[in-house]
Design a protein around this ligand. Sequence first.
Ligand code: 2M8
Ligand code: MG
Ligand code: MG
Length: 278
Amino acid sequence: KIVYTDLDGTLLNPLTYSYSTALDALRLLKDKQLPLVFCSAKTMGEQDLYRNELGIKDPFITENGGAIFIPKDYFRLPFAYDRIAGNYLVIELGMAYKDIRHILKKALAAACAEIENSEKAGNIFITSFGDMSVEDVSRLTDLNLKQAELAKQREYSETVHIEGDKRSTNMVLNHIQQSGLEYSFGGRFYEVTGGNDKGKAIKILNELFRLNFGNIHTFGLGDSENDYSMLETVDSPVLVQRPGNKWHKMRLRNPSYVKGVGPEGFSRAVTDIIIPME
Ligand code: 2M8
Ligand code: MG
Ligand code: MG
């Protein structure tokens, strides 16, 4: 059994980023020695912080599938990787951050021009992490300053905050898409990427798990639109509740819905679905 999990709104509370109510479930996974693979919009630095706090030693997927970080010596068999970062071998799948920023800047300028010229589109306010200070990011996200600093260290995706009416927002999103970039909503923000998603990264990592460990059964835990490709790729997709106790609607073959928002939903997924499965 391999467990892929989203972080914000799944292992972490969507408002406070706390995982404390999932500690018992995390202990269960550790006792059973089940790999727990983070698969999130969060950056390498943000995820590394949580992995260290929780003593997790498994590979992890950053920035919505932008890269896969695999601890050296984790897999017995050699595999192709793109670079080495500290103790990790890194498989890169996403477009470089500075290229995304460059294309995005033009797309946003074009969108703003169109919105200004449109009588029906209302005012819109767009900010990207790359244009914000650490303090700004902290204020907007409720991350503490250290976490905000790590969230700004992006390598394969830009986080964009859009405040505006539906029509203007859609104009912006259309321009992003027309520029060749992709976007996906992560619960609070739009993550803009070039060519990668969570599902593609999971397929590659699954292959490595299979080669090294034989047959595997994969679980995926998520809460938002940006988890779709992950949930579609795993054998057992599980949706946890969003604030308001609603599940994000998406078209999946065999989803399980667990009660509980964030870490409470994560815990139910572990105790009610992952552990009991034969
Ligand atoms: C962004 O990610 C969340 C989903 O995980 C979102 O898009 O709503 C990223 O910038 C991430 O790195 C950051 O920690 C998070 C803070 O809420 O926002
Ligand atoms: Mg989430
Ligand atoms: Mg996420």
